[in-house]
Structures are given as structure tokens and as C-alpha cells.
Design a binder for this molecule. Structure first.
Ligand code: ATP
Ligand code: MG
Length: 473
């Protein structure tokens, strides 16, 4: 009896603690539904994150009110409703500078394309709605405003044990929607959870369903893996389950490609270490992508020289070209693809004290001022990936210092920075056209060699001589 009371009391206390953390606006939204005799629950990632003691970022709500009723209830309360996913019974409500997605309880049936349910039917209650959700940790509801937990699949227990497990029979759940296996590996990377054996085993058998998932959705999951604290967790799980070969075969082909020399790992492990380093240091997702793909050309260009040492001539160029094709396939925005491929193409610089000032200036021009920080970040990640140990960055620091000094003393890094313009050359009698383009290029080379030459007088004189030379050749 006392034990039962104690148990009940502990439960009430826990519910109280959860509800205490619910935002007052959310409680107010819930009260509009309760006052109209409707049930409403917080569901999905928000409940999972609350139970993990994390801050919640999105409000996903489930209700037995139909979308039309949701709209009426919120409109009467003075809020706004946008039918963002009305096909799936979802509307987004805006109320006092807050927003929430509200979805009518639903059940899903028939996934003939392996991506989206063919039709959506409304479910009788919250438990049925929870049973269509992917993992036990995502199939928990928090009743509002009472704060009690509805957890038919023991998700809370799995959260405590840090386990990702399908809600229901894994093979069946993966066959319904090929995105779920990728979500499982993404959550494993994001949360640092393990995927339960049966769930993991079911991935390999669902690969033909996964193959139907749109490239955009695959990209979104890859981006979330990259944003996680240890991206290699996700990519290793992808490799283990066959997802890597399916979605990024270029990376999977790097497994077993030995490098020797100062490299301790094969090309795949090297790339994963580099990517983890980029994540651990808070580098952007573009740098993380570049770290992940910077060597994918190596398996194609590997050769062995007379001394028996592996060589990878021009691998940075091949890696950049392959990355372009792969990022296009995954529908990355062009700006991201351009940046990542440029970083990859330029990642092979090796700074020594012998670099002349003009070599440093040419490096700045080649890499581009805006990319200088990122190329150094990528290089650091690459060097870390040789051994997995914190590398010696002293030479990189020296380069950064020289780059900064040069940037502070000279601003002539492109044709538009020259002390003469095309119009000045026309005025000096040089006709516009291919010849003028070549002259401007040579003037820039002169100024990169010696910025002191970047005066109007000197450049006009050099241009005149070049014009004569070109006219006679
Ligand atoms: P995140 O923190 O990344 O937003 P989340 O769990 O909220 O994680 P969402 O994609 O926002 O993920 O989805 C909200 C909820 O909808 C999930 O928690 C899950 O219950 C359900 N869900 C989302 N995608 C699927 C799917 N493909 N199959 C089944 N249920 C899904
Ligand atoms: Mg969410």
C-alpha cells in the first residue's frame, strides 16, 4: 500500500516536473482545445527531448480535432492558421509570436512508392496515432495540460538506455517507409544512441525500399549527420548497413584503400577522422562536407612507384570533380557545391618557409580571400586525419601570419584592384578585345610579383610595351 502510494506520488511528481517546463503559451493553446472538449498532446521530438532534459525547439501537437475544427478553435482565440500540410491533416498555428504544428490523430496505410503513404486516414485515438511513428523514443505523447505520459512502446525506457528501436516490427516499419533506416542512423549520430539489434538487422533487408527515397530527403539526413557531434558514428552505421554503398558509393569505395607513408588509416577512415575533427571544432557543414569528400578520387588514381610507395597524383582534382557530381546528385544548392569543390581542389598546399611573398600572394588569389580561413580549417582536418592525433600546426600558423601581413599591406589581388582599368588602356590606344584581356592578366602577374609596380604610370608603361610586343608577334 505504502509502496503503491510512493510509486503514484513519484509519478505525479515527475508529471509535475514535465508540465512545469511547458511554455505558458503552449498551455494556453492547449486550454482552447480542452475548453472545446478536445484532447491535445505534445508529441514527437519535443517529448523525447524533454525526457532527455534538453531544451525543446519545435512544438508538434496531436489532437482529435479535425483540421477544420483546429482552424475554428484557433481563429476564435485570435490566432492565425496556415494549412501547411493539410493533405496529412497538419496545420501550423501562430499565436502570440509562437508557432506550433497541429496534426489530427492519424494512421497510415499503403506505401506503394516507399516514401509517402498513399492515403491518410484519421485515427481513433492517441495510441493509434503513436503506433504509426517510427521509433519508440518518438512514439511518446504528453497530455496537455495534465502532463501525464502516454508511452505504449516503452520509449521512455529506451531513451534511458539510449536505444533506438522501431515502434512495432522493424522489417515492416522499414518496408513502409525507406527513409526510416536513414533516420535511425541519423538519430544514432545526433543523440549518441545505439540501434537495437533487430532494428539494425532489418536495415539491410530494406535497402530496395530505401533506394526509392528522394535525394533531397537523403541530403537532409546527411546534413543532420554532419551537424552531429561525431558524424563518423552515422557514416560508419551507414557503411555497416549498406546505406553508404546505396547513397554515397564513392565514399564506400574508399574502404580498404591503403595509403602508407605518414597515413595510418585507409582512405575511408582518414576521411571520417577529418570530418569528425571539423565537427569537433565547430567548422561549417561546407568544411565538414569537404573533409568527408576531399579524397574520394584516391581509389581511381592510386598507383605504385618503383620504390613500392602508393602515389595519388592529381587526386584533389579528381576528388573535386567526383564531389561535384555527387553533390549535384544529392541536390545540394549550387553555392554549397561550388564552395565545397573549390576547397577540395585547393586542399593540397604544403607551406614551407621557402615560399616567397609572391607565392603567398598567388596562393591568396588561387584560393580566394573569402575561402582562406576555410582552406586552413580543411587542411588542419586533413592533417589530423593522417593519424587521429592533434597535429603540429606551426607551419600553418606561419602561413596565416604571412597571409594577414600581405592582406594588410597590399590590396592588389585581382584585375579590378589594378591601378589602371580597361578604359585607361583604351585611352592609351590599346583596343579592347582578347589582346587587352591578355595585357591585363600580365599586369596582374607583374603586380603579384611586386605590388610596388601597381601605379598608374608604371602599369601604363608596361602595357604600352606589351601592346607593341603583341602587335609584332
Ligand atoms: P528532430 O529533432 O530532428 O526534429 P523529430 O523526432 O521531431 O526530430 P521530425 O522529423 O520533426 O523528427 O518528426 C516529428 C515526429 O514525427 C517524429 O518524432 C516521429 O514521431 C514522426 N515521424 C517523422 N518522420 C517519420 C517517419 N518517416 N516515419 C514515422 N514517423 C515519423
Ligand atoms: Mg521535429
Amino acid at each position: 500500500m505504502v509502496k503503491n502510494l510512493k510509486k503514484k506520488y513519484t509519478h505525479l511528481l515527475k508529471d509535475y516536473q514535465l508540465i512545469k517546463n511547458i511554455h505558458p503559451i503552449l498551455k494556453e493553446i492547449a486550454s482552447f482545445f480542452n475548453n472545446n472538449g478536445k484532447e491535445i498532446y505534445l508529441v514527437g521530438g519535443a517529448v523525447r527531448d524533454m525526457l532527455m532534459g534538453k531544451k525543446i525547439h519545435d512544438w508538434d501537437l496531436a489532437t482529435n480535432a479535425l483540421p477544420g475544427e483546429v482552424t475554428d478553435i484557433i481563429a476564435r482565440a485570435g490566432g492565425k492558421v496556415v494549412p501547411t500540410g493539410i493533405k496529412h491533416g497538419t496545420v501550423t498555428v501562430f499565436y502570440i509570436r509562437q508557432s506550433a504544428e497541429i496534426t489530427t490523430f492519424r494512421t497510415e496505410s499503403g506505401y506503394s512508392d516507399g516514401r509517402r503513404p498513399d492515403q491518410v486516414t484519421y485515427a481513433a485515438g492517441i495510441e493509434e496515432d503513436l503506433s504509426r511513428r517510427d521509433f519508440t523514443m518518438n512514439a511518446i505523447a504528453l497530455r496537455l495540460p495534465a502532463g501525464d505520459i502516454i508511452d505504449p512502446f516503452n520509449g521512455e525506457k529506451d531513451i534511458k538506455a539510449k536505444i533506438i528501436r522501431c515502434a512495432g516490427e522493424a522489417a515492416e516499419r522499414f518496408n513502409e517507409d525507406g527513409l526510416r533506416p536513414l533516420r535511425a542512423v541519423r538519430f544514432a549520430a545526433q543523440l549518441g544512441f545505439e540501434i537495437e539489434r533487430k532494428t539494425l538487422d532489418a536495415v539491410n533487408r530494406a535497402l530496395c525500399v530505401c533506394a526509392k527515397v528522394s535525394q533531397e530527403r537523403v541530403r537532409d539526413e546527411i546534413d543532420k549527420i554532419l551537424s552531429s557531434p561525431l558524424p563518423s558514428t552515422g557514416f560508419r552505421l551507414m557503411e555497416k548497413t549498406g546505406l553508404l554503398k546505396l547513397f554515397i558509393p564513392e565514399l564506400e569505395a574508399c574502404r580498404g584503400v591503403e595509403q602508407k607513408g605518414f597515413h595510418q588509416f585507409d582512405v575511408l577512415d582518414h576521411s571520417l577522422h577529418a570530418c569528425d575533427y571539423a565537427a569537433a571544432n565547430g567548422f561549417s557543414n561546407e568544411v565538414r562536407l569537404a573533409a568527408l569528400f576531399h579524397d574520394i578520387g584516391k581509389p581511381c588514381v592510386r598507383d605504385i612507384d618503383e620504390a613500392g610507395v602508393y602515389t595519388f597524383y592529381r587526386h584533389e582534382e579528381v576528388s573535386a570533380n567526383m564531389s561535384r557530381a555527387l553533390l549535384n546528385r544529392l541536390r545540394y544548392p549550387n553555392a554549397v557545391t561550388d564552395k565545397v569543390c573549390h576547397l577540395i581542389k585547393e586542399h593540397m598546399f604544403l607551406y614551407t618557409d621557402e615560399w616567397s611573398d609572391s607565392a603567398v600572394r598567388r596562393f591568396i588569389v588561387r584560393v580566394g580571400e573569402d575561402n582562406l580561413d576555410d582552406i586552413c580549417r580543411l587542411r588542419r582536418a586533413d592533417i589530423y586525419g593522417f593519424s587521429g592525433n592533434t597535429p603540429d600546426y606551426r607551419s600553418m600558423e606561419k602561413l596565416v601570419k604571412r597571409v594577414n601581413n600581405i592582406l594588410a599591406s597590399s590590396r592588389a589581388f585581382s584585375i579590378k584592384d589594378l591601378a589602371v582599368s580597361g578604359n585607361d588602356l583604351i585611352a592609351a590606344g590599346i583596343p579592347s578585345g582578347i589582346k587587352m584581356g591578355a595585357i591585363l592578366k600580365e599586369l596582374l602577374e607583374t603586380v603579384l610579383d611586386d605590388p610596388a609596380q601597381n601605379t598608374r604610370e608604371t602599369l601604363l608603361e608596361i602595357a604600352g610595351k606589351l601592346n607593341e610586343k603583341y602587335t609584332h608577334t
